[in-house]
Design a protein around this ligand. Structure first.
Ligand SMILES: *Cc1c(COP(=O)(O)O)cnc(C)c1O
Length: 405
């Protein structure tokens, strides 16, 4: 069976050039970069080179890059570190309802500690109202945290405009840029961002490494206590091989940015057009203007079908995609992103995300477009929702009952 991987927003394969660059750092160059002897010196240079490679991709200086263990750590550090450092100045944080859990749950945790959080709403297209953002700012606001691009819909937020608002009101601005880097230009200086987070495994580097841009002079409390690595900001012996891999992945991403954008977007557009034309009752989740979405992401709802069943049927054909609903142990929670967009509950349950990479081929997209319509038709015929006489949308409870049945 052919294996087609269309879940690159969940994780990516390590690029061969990245793996090759990493391998020496497991055996020959195994030193601890904090050591003063030859073994340590051999690897400290490699870390500084990777720092420059990251800095170049996002346009900051190498001294503003901190290596850490993953995107989630970066988001936690940026938000909690700011909350602690600025707690005497204010206790209000502004974020959006559609952030990654690494941001949302961190904010929710801070609410328990007495911080107040405004979760900005999004419209049906999943976009923000910048007026609402500006109105939400008070003299107690210490942080604005808005992701550069959404992992579920691929929507790209107007980070530059938000950066201007933040600057005007002198509020610190953090962005989770995990999904944006490598796919679209990310320039932290131009966007007036104070903190930005990226993750290795979303851009062809391994899992377990990430980086944060921290604008020079930005006060932040220590998050990880211990050694004096990363200028005292992030304790813990460096993941040398991972950091080297992240650096090379950033260099490749920069070199191939335009080429990959064009290539991946063409495949995604073909998939999008093919699905919308060949299958009835499909809804696009995300901004209708494809320029305002990541080039690799397509999120659609196949009405009447549960996303999870669709994924199982795809899987039998070797196709890996992902669904917006987390259907675990009888609890049916549709994705918070679909919920925030006001997507009807049945449609939210049928939301499916295809996220491509430059490793995908046109033949793979053709295969998906050929396999998809009969699967959808078959599942619809089995669906109690499809055969309902009354086609009005179900309430949450009704939907749960039907799905349990
Ligand atoms: C994957 C992801 C993260 C988390 O990154 P990890 O390295 O897996 O911890 C954070 N934000 C977004 C938008 C993501 O897609």
């Amino acid at each position: 069976m052919e294996k087609i991987y269309l879940d690159n927003n969940a994780t990516t394969a390590v690029k061969p050039e990245v793996l090759d660059a990493m391998l020496p750092y497991f055996r020959e160059q195994f030193g601890n970069p904090s050591s003063v002897h030859w073994a340590g010196r051999m690897v400290s240079g490699a870390i500084e080179k990777a720092r420059e490679q990251v800095a170049e991709l996002i346009n900051c200086s190498a001294a503003e890059v901190i290596f850490l263990s993953c995107g989630s750590e970066g988001d936690n550090y940026a938000i909690k570190g700011t909350a602690d450092a600025l707690k005497n100045k204010g206790n209000h944080i502004i974020t959006t309802a559609v952030e990654h859990p690494a941001v949302l749950e961190t904010c929710e945790a801070l609410e328990k500690d007495g911080f107040e959080v405004t979760y900005l709403k999004v419209d049906h297209d999943g976009m923000l109202d910048l007026q609402e953002l500006e109105t939400a700012i008070t003299d107690k606001t210490i942080l604005i945290s808005v992701m550069w691009a959404n992992n579920e819909t691929g929507n790209i937020f107007p980070i530059k405009e938000i950066g201007e608002i933040a600057k005007k009101h002198k509020v610190r601005f953090h962005t989770d840029a995990v999904q944006a880097v490598g796919k679209i230009p990310v320039d932290v200086r131009e966007a007036n961002v104070d903190m930005a987070v990226i993750s290795g495994h979303k851009i062809g580097a391994p899992k377990g490494v990430g980086a944060m841009y921290l604008r020079r002079g930005t006060k932040i409390s220590r998050f990880m206590h211990g050694g004096h690595q990363e200028r005292n900001r992030r304790a813990g012996t460096h993941n040398v091989a991972g950091i080297v891999g992240l650096g090379v992945a950033c260099e490749l991403a920069l070199q191939q940015l335009d080429e990959n954008y064009t290539y991946v977007r063409k495949l995604r557009d073909k998939l999008e057009k093919g699905i919308l034309e060949s299958i009835p009752d499909v809804k696009l989740n995300g901004h209708p203007n494809a320029d305002l979405r990541l080039p690799n992401t397509l999120n659609v709802s196949f009405n009447f079908i549960e996303g999870e069943s669709l994924l199982l049927f795809f899987d039998m054909k070797g196709i890996a995609a992902s669904s917006g609903s987390a259907c675990t142990s009888g609890s049916l929670e549709p994705s918070h992103v679909m919920g925030a967009m006001g997507v009807d509950i049945v449609l939210a349950h049928s939301s499916t995300r295809f996220s491509l990479s430059s490793d995908n081929s046109e033949a793979e997209i053709d295969f998906v477009l050929q396999e998809l319509p009969p699967i959808v038709q078959r599942l619809r015929e089995m669906s109690p929702l499809y055969n309902r006489e009354d086609p009005t949308p179900l309430s949450c409870d009704e939907c749960r009952m039907v799905h349990r049945a």
